[in-house]
Ligand binder design. Sequence first.
Ligand code: ACO
Length: 428
Amino acid sequence: MADGTAKIEIGGTSHDYAIKDGSVGPQVVDIRKLYADTGLFTYDPGFTSTASCESGLTYIDGDQGILLHRGYPIDQLAEQSSFMEVAYLLLRGELPSKGELDEFTYTITRHTMVHEQLTAFFRGFRRDAHPMAIMCGVVGALSAFYHDSTDINDPVQRRIASHRLIAKMPTIAAMAYKYSVGQPFVYPRNDLSYTANFLNMTFSVPAEEYHLDPVIVDAMDKIFILHADHEQNASTSTVRLAGSSGANPFACIAAGIACLWGPAHGGANEAALNMLREIGTPDRIPEYIARAKNKDDPFRLMGFGHRVYKNFDPRAKVLSKAATDVLDKLGINDPVLDTARELEQIALKDPYFVEKKLYPNVDFYSGVILSAIGFPTEMFTVLFALARTVGWVAQWNEMISDPAQKIGRPRQLYTGPTMRDYVPVEKR
Ligand code: ACO
């Protein structure tokens, strides 16, 4: 590489490709003409070295453990901001003034109700359905209810769809929970904050007064902030890929939810808490560490390791402290937290985890907090989806507005049979 140009030599011929600068972080080699110039594709399963788009939303330095939204460090946002403010920041690019925040919050609040027909839709699911299965179905179905915000070429419709998705996600998530426990749906209350309203819809019942504990509201809001966006992760890339074909935003977000569900992604917080409960007591930790290191055992330490962070996940640091705060303030003495702390200490000193740079990720402590708040493990990924909807929507909008946007269509290295003649079944 020299002077902003990368030279690739193939069969004695040299080809030049521009090196593009971001505002911070690694440069990229623009190889869009590589195939036309050389007849070659690049091979990068898992996109470990491929930038799929330009984005101004979120920056991660995985080696340093840095996460910035529009330039602001995640720990500052988690400690000092609110989820609504972070949503505004991600969508509009700057922190809002007081008036702008009030107006944005008012707009989101006025979209919290869902079409009444959706309650009938819910009743089509089995009561024991996983709430993420319900989320995939119901969010996808929103495009059948809100026809007036599915034209992606109309910026006003895009904005309305964005507001609807952010506003209705807590209502749908709470309904998924209520349906699974056989309690009546609770309608949104627009006098409450975004997060307090979600907790009220989830945990209140018509039979008695529900007290919203400010400690819980604050912890929940922090968890939402910490999950709001995370650059081009699997589910966000799924939303972008689905959206690149011109699909409507409700369908795209449903695709993101489906991707998030997997245990290597959003499903890991559920898996991490299940693992901590299975370990049970700190004396059993060595057994699980040994299993995680055993190549013949598929077991992995859930909540450990990250594709991008090769240092502490900065979100895990915030949540580690929040876990202690919440459990202390609620007076809960959960042995799972002791097991988590001990496991973290042992793993951080173990050469296997040190050499592979495996640190606790955001999922390691979030489950402990969510469980203390009262959520069953099946709801953990739903909460992740609720918060990440802000990032998905912001990334989807950014993609639609990008003049370089094209339908996403990766290439492949074909290794199947070459051309051969069809043989009728009686001759096979
Ligand atoms: N426990 C034990 N070993 C691990 C773990 C783990 N949690 N994570 C990675 N490793 C090992 C792998 O076995 C591999 O070893 P090898 O080089 O000897 O083959 C090496 O570390 C690299 O692992 P990869 O799977 O290649 O790393 P990748 O970047 O593809 O995976 C991932 C990242 C999927 C997060 C992985 O670390 C993992 O499965 N962790 C557990 C699940 C989890 O917590 N996911 C949440 C991610 S955060 C989020 O989605 C919000």
